[in-house]
Design a binder for this molecule. Sequence first.
Ligand SMILES: Nc1nc2c(ncn2[C@@H]2O[C@H](COP(=O)(O)OP(=O)(O)O)[C@@H](O)[C@H]2O)c(=O)[nH]1
Ligand SMILES: [Mg+2]
Length: 273
Amino acid sequence: MLAHPESGRIKGNESRPLNVIIVIPTYNEVRNLAPLVTRLFSLPMPNLRLIIVDDESPDGTGRLADDLAAGHPGRVDVLHRRGRRGLGLAYRDGFRWALDLGADAVIQMDADLSHAPADVPRLLAALEDCDVAVGSRYVPGGSTDDQWGAGRQALSWSANVYARTLLRLKTRDATAGFKGWRRTALEAVGIDRIISDGYVIEVELAYISERLGLRIREVPIYFADRREGLSKMSARNKIEGALGIFRIWLKHHKIRAVEGGEEVPQSLTDRTR
Ligand SMILES: Nc1nc2c(ncn2[C@@H]2O[C@H](COP(=O)(O)OP(=O)(O)O)[C@@H](O)[C@H]2O)c(=O)[nH]1
Ligand SMILES: [Mg+2]
């Protein structure tokens, strides 16, 4: 069971503090990472830990992350990935590490301050009575940057509608990258069955969660545009994401859930259908 973040305790186990770990993927975020870490550690969450997953950023983000880790002993881990880079690959490694470190709850968020550190406690509070909390731009009260032009708004909205329609997702913000997970939810998802290497991992996580029948709650957020650095989302990434939806469907559409989010083994559902 999860305790309210401000109490910082696990229900039924008053002696153990709640371990919350935030996984932050970085690629060329040298101007954003230090302010992000400062703001996260200003939250009233004494047991908060961070895992920064850097893909050999040419701008030195990895070195900066090591410095930040040295400045916050025991609270910041840095995972330096080598080889092929990608948001999905980074998250898969980061999630595994967070579970290995014994996280009770895992938060995933971008490094570019588009996701407000001040919203982290709201996601955690939502996890009180759900399995997955989604920081959502597309529920009442949620929004995207005021500076976004109509074209950019339409692009973000249509990517979301595309993914939702093809996969018949109920989650309003299916491409959201700001999520909170109970440990049990991430374990149920199963990191090893995730196939997305890039941005579309966000949709895959939403799809697996819905197939499993996990309790998903969307928490409205304001998504600010990045002020420093550049988006890494290329036209190629967008095409890969669009095609990735079909692979996701193929891989996971047979997942069946029973009440309470417990997965029915595939062989069993095949026999009973
Ligand atoms: N480790 C890692 N992080 C990435 C990669 N691509 C993007 N990111 C990070 O993922 C987050 C979201 O990326 P961003 O470029 O802001 O995407 P946008 O918000 O959709 O424009 C940021 O923290 C990026 O630094 C990657 O290949 N590897
Ligand atoms: Mg961004």
